[in-house]
Ligand binder design. Sequence first.
Ligand SMILES: C[S@@+](CC[C@H](N)C(=O)[O-])C[C@H]1O[C@@H](n2cnc3c(N)ncnc32)[C@H](O)[C@@H]1O
Length: 270
Amino acid sequence: MLAAKEGTKERTETVCCDVLANKVMLRVSPNLFRPTLTTTILTDQLDAASVRHRTILDLGSGIGPIAIGLAMSGAEHVYATDVMPEACELAMANADLNGVGDRITFMHGHLFEPLGDLRFDVIVDDVSAVTEDVARLSRWFPRGVPSGGEDGTVNTIEMLLASRRHLKPNGFLLFPILSLSRQARILEVAREVYGERLIRVASRRIPFSADLKNNLAKLVDLRSQGLIEFWHARNRPYWVLEIYKAYADGAHRPPVDHSEAGHAHTSIYE
Ligand SMILES: C[S@@+](CC[C@H](N)C(=O)[O-])C[C@H]1O[C@@H](n2cnc3c(N)ncnc32)[C@H](O)[C@@H]1O
């Protein structure tokens, strides 16, 4: 998914990230979050028609993969926010690298705060959503990148509570829930805010990475405290990534969520 290759003059590392049909080239930094499978699975739930000519918000934009990919797919304008100023700076450079710097506005700040009263056709939320322990043990989050707090829910719950007033009447919100957080609490709030307008659009089993496997005892402890969930298939531990879509009040009635039946997971990534 992410192919690392050597950069040129500055010897910075550059990776390629798939977002919709685009190959997004990204300079990375050891101090900032690198795109993962979640980035790609989340954006796979969008299609070109829901992006083209739309005003989109990428919340928790990191070094920019989602904002850049959506601008490359024809979004009219993408706003992107991240709490880390260094991430916004690198994201801006990455947008220029991919030729879409003029159609993205990067803003540094907490969740929706830098955006005032702006409303969007589409909000893609990818703000940190795993527990503090998982963030560090997995090594997905370098030391200075904030996690989702002790139970992984703090950002996503605050985002859900504020999201409706940033959606245009026909808009929708796309966001992940990871079982590496107290997922039931997030889902409860999402249902309170969006009711019938919330549907699950994807569910994937993700096998533990080597770092997660090496910290199994600690993860068992977190699970016993109710902070995370994971399961085993053929003796291999896996966690689950679910993607949800939540529609604004004026949007078309969403289709029925068939994926609820039997808690079906559609595929296992090796
Ligand atoms: C899981 S990373 C995703 C980054 C990017 N979307 C990607 O796919 O690579 C989460 C990002 O959320 C940012 N973040 C954490 N807390 C935040 C907050 N309260 N407001 C805005 N951004 C936040 C982090 O700095 C990090 O860059």
